[in-house]
Design a protein around this ligand. Sequence first.
Ligand SMILES: [Zn+2]
Length: 385
Amino acid sequence: MYTKTLHWSVWLSSVAVTATIIVGWWSVAGSDSTLSTNASVVNSHEVKVVELRGVWSGYQVKPDWDTATQKLSAANFNAVFPYVCSSGIAYYHSQVLPVSQFAQQHDYLAEAVSAAHKHNIAVHARVLALEMLFAAEQTKAAFAAAGRLMTNSQGETAPWLCPTDPRNRQLLERIVTELVTHYDIDGLQFDYLRYPGRDYCLCQRCRRQFAADTGAQISQWPQDVLPGGPGAPQFNKWRQEQLTALLSDLVAQARAARPDIVISAAVFPRWAEHSARFGQDAARWVQLGLLDFVAPMNYTADRLDFATWLLTQRKAIGGRVPLVVGMGPLSDACQFDGPEQLAEQIQIARSFGAGGFIIFKYTDQFAQEYLPYLAEDATATLASP
Ligand SMILES: [Zn+2]
């Protein structure tokens, strides 16, 4: 924890904030001896513990990054998580990925970093790791022709990179290295580090790799590894291991290039069910120390669901890293009554000892309806004590 404490202080100094990040959980969970020790380490180094208050956003915000980050700063927020690339297109001046035509003139990430740091807002570049979202048709076709895409039980491909293909792993490593070395970003967040569903990836390379790794004898592929099949539990576990190994590689790459980089992942909320369905084993990622904090997308307007998810996530994390709660007032997944409901979720998250929150997402509506309300309510005081 000593190292991690320094880690946070480095991160903060990089955004010119003297006091630091994260977490009520250190102070709230004082009854736990381990956490109490951490709190004393924090105090002995005079590093203040503050709450992470962030927003997810697109690669661009209206009217511009300077205005948006100034507004966020005025409302006592301290972090933005812009979408910077998928595995098929970049919104920054990438030398690895095809660059979006919108980003030919603007390097959106460079603009975000420059503006955000001016207003003491940290930038966590959000990478859509395996999905080729918004990639050009010709890019997707080239990947399909090269046999690099995920395949389902019908033999159909989806525009998602198969994680067992070494070419795909190298591509992702190069993206990560490029981002952390060319941009003064404070953090890197992995999103879409998952399979699209239980029916992926069933390509021949995954079949061979699964057999080689486990020694499993599969007589009927893919029926035997699909739900209900005799090899399904083993295959499911193996699928999760593929993504965990991929994340481990990417994190090692990022930390080797930038030891101070803050690594996180945006993950689905119901970890037991979703790890089986999407191969995303967030609890394991935390156990292995791959993340500096975890951000479950707890997109619901239902109070009981929200609290239940928080409780199970907190238990799975076991105090290892901060739980930074994703909230979705403007997501497609739920309908909020208004900013009061978001303010209430923030208070609930705090009562569960969360280290902060990230809101989906920064839009005109958020800036006009939600931010002014929060500035008078849940974020009226500074994030630092
Ligand atoms: Zn595959």
